[in-house]
Design a protein around this ligand. Sequence first.
Ligand SMILES: [Zn+2]
Length: 328
Amino acid sequence: MKNLIGHEATLAYLQKNIAQGKFPHAVIFSGEEGVGKRLAAEICVAGLLCENPVDGSPCGVCESCRLVAARSHPDFYVVEAEATKTTRNIKIGQIREMQSEAALRPINSARRVVIIDGAELMNNAAANCLLKTIEEPPSQTIFILLTASRSSLLMTIRSRCMTVHFDKLKPAQIRDALITQGVDVQEAERLSVIADGSFGRALKLKDSGGAQLREMALDTLEKICRAELSNEDIFKTGAEMSDWSRDKFADFLTHVQKILRDICFAEVLEPYNSDLMPRLSKIKIPERKNFLMIETGAKYHKRLKSNANLRLLAESYFMQIRKIYHRG
Ligand SMILES: [Zn+2]
C-alpha cells in the first residue's frame, strides 16, 4: 500500500481505534480534495479487514490485505461520483446498490467496509436513502464518508457520524513527496507552493502544467499593469481558453486571485506565492483597485457554474479587470 503523506497523528488515532475494536460505525473524513483522505480510508479498510493486523495497522501480506490493495476485496465496497460532461454526482441507484451489498453477511472477513468518496456529491434522494442505512446500520458494516465540503452534507447525516478532520499539508511535505516521486527539486518547490496544501492538486498541476497556468496568470497581470494588454491579446487568449475545461479556467482565476492577494498583503500575510515575491513586488496596484479586481474574480468564479460560454466569460473577465486597473 502507498504511503500516506502527513496526517501521522490522525492515522495513529484511527488505528488505535481499530486495534481496540472501537472504530465508529459511521465516520466522516473531512478535508480538502487531494489531501490524503482516500488513501487514509483505504489504510483503515485494510486494517479493519486484515487477518493479522498490528496495532490496527494492516500486515500488508495476508490475502485480505492483498485483495484490498487490488481493490477486489469482496467485503470492501466503494461508491464514487459518476461524472458526465457537466456534472459529477452520486445517484440514488448507486446508494441502493451499495445497500443491498452492505446488508449481506461478510464473505472473507468479520465485517464489511463501505467508502463513499465525495459524499457531498450525493443528490438529496441519495443522501436521504443513505441516511436510513446510517440510522440503522447493518451491524457488521462500517461506513467511511469522504468529503471536501462537510457543511454540504445533510445535518442528519453529520450528526450521526463521527468526524475526523484532515488538515492541509505543509509545502515542505508536498515538496519532499514530489521529490521522492522523481520530480526535480525546483519544479517540486514551485508546485508545493501553488498546490495550497493538497498533494492531489500538486500532482494534477504537475500533469496539467499548473506552473505554466500560474505563469500565464502573472503574465496577464503584468501586462495589464504595463498597459500592454490589448484587445487583440484578449481575443487571442479567449480563443485559446475556449478549449479549456471549466476547471482549468477556475484554476487560472484562482491563481490571479492569489497573486492579487499576495501583492496587497505581502507585508502582513504569509504569501501564497513566496517564490514569486521578487516579481510581485514590482507590480503596483492601489489597494482599492486590487480589492475590486479580487471581487470581480470571485464574481466570475461564480458565473463559471452557470452555462455561460467560456470564451465570452474569459474575454469579459479580462476587459473588466483591465478597466478597473486603468480607470482613474
Ligand atoms: Zn493483512
